[in-house]
Design a protein around this ligand. Structure first.
Ligand code: FE2
Length: 327
């Protein structure tokens, strides 16, 4: 399975937005975003990335949140039109929400209405209606594709001004543990996807970290997982969470649309090759990865030679896989 991980697109469209949409809601942050962020996140990068997927042999695309800037309905509409241009189709494109997607109170409503086919879990993994869960959350979602189980967690919720933290919540953590130990997964390679960084000093931040990262570490410490992927920090980050059979690699990626003359932050996405072992399962599996970076001048993504060389032939058996830092 060749998986593309990208994040934090922050696609911006204010076409049709009324000033009152901002003034009545969170206008300080909104105006700030519109004046600064819009200059550095480029829809063209996303369009070039979509073009790049086929040539790079991508079989599944994972986007770990912050599709929009403010969670406005028109931003979601703009993003959805562009997501629909990915030839793989929504069954092979998994989208999670981030904190920006909940910037306004109705952000998650708009997300849910705009991207249903992109976060719809496999029907046999749908959660029954839970009276203790007033939101009726569909998260975590499970999508099994080609021997890989993609398990998407939502940390998206509206937070006070000037903060950007996230929380998984007790319900999702309980469900996550059930999923990760469910015999129906068989020997599938378990990839947990989440917007906020779940490990390292970024996770600890009270302003923009993951409030229940310690609880998540406890769950993963019991269940294990083969890989954890996140966004939010717009950096290539590499951490580990201790698992029952060794460290679980935790990797974050730079924004998929950013370009502002800072090479280490230039838009990119990461390709993972997840290969089951000889028996078709986790035993003896390999995970390798490399980056593809945007070249704005020629409107194209190209392989990053440094990470490709590092990754080639990298022995990555099971949870003992050693992540590499490429920031
Ligand atoms: Fe974020």
């Amino acid at each position: 399975m060749r998986l593309a991980h990208c994040s934090d697109l922050h696609l911006l469209s204010i076409a049709g937005a009324r000033f009152l949409d901002f003034a009545n809601k969170r206008w300080i942050g909104g105006l700030n975003l519109l004046t600064s962020r819009s200059r550095h996140h480029h829809t063209e990068a996303f369009e070039d990335m979509v073009e790049d997927f086929a040539g790079a042999g991508v079989e599944h695309v994972l986007r770990t949140g912050d599709i929009t800037n403010l969670g406005l309905e028109q931003e979601y509409r703009f993003a959805r039109e562009r997501f629909d241009r990915i030839p793989l189709g929504p069954r092979e494109v998994t989208v999670l929400p981030g904190n920006h997607d909940s910037y306004i109170a109705k952000g998650m409503v708009h997300f849910t209405e705009s991207f249903p086919a992109y976060f719809e879990g496999d029907p046999e993994w749908a959660w029954p209606v839970d009276e203790d869960d007033p939101v009726g959350s569909p998260w975590p979602i499970v999508r099994i594709r080609g021997g890989v189980a993609i398990i998407g967690v939502s940390t998206s919720l509206q937070t006070p001004w000037f903060t950007a933290w996230g929380r998984i919540g007790v319900h999702q953590l309980e469900r996550l543990e059930q999923i990760l130990t469910d015999p129906r997964l068989g020997d599938a390679i378990r990839v947990v996807a989440i917007h906020h960084p779940p490990a390292g000093k970024r996770a600890w931040s009270r302003i923009r970290g993951l409030r229940d990262h310690a609880e998540l570490a406890v769950v993963l410490g019991r269940t294990g997982a083969e890989l954890v992927l996140h966004g939010h920090e717009h950096e290539n980050l590499a951490e580990v969470i201790p698992g029952p059979a060794g460290p679980i690699p935790v990797l974050g990626v730079v924004s998929g649309t950013y370009e502002a003359g800072r090479p280490h932050r230039t838009a990119r996405y990461r390709i993972f090759d997840l290969e089951p072992g000889p028996g078709g399962g986790r035993e003896g599996m390999t995970i390798s990865h490399h980056l593809r970076i945007w070249h704005r001048d020629r409107r194209a993504f190209a392989v990053d030679d440094a990470t490709a060389q590092e990754s080639a032939g990298e022995p990555a058996a099971g949870v003992g896989f050693s992540p590499q830092s490429d920031s």
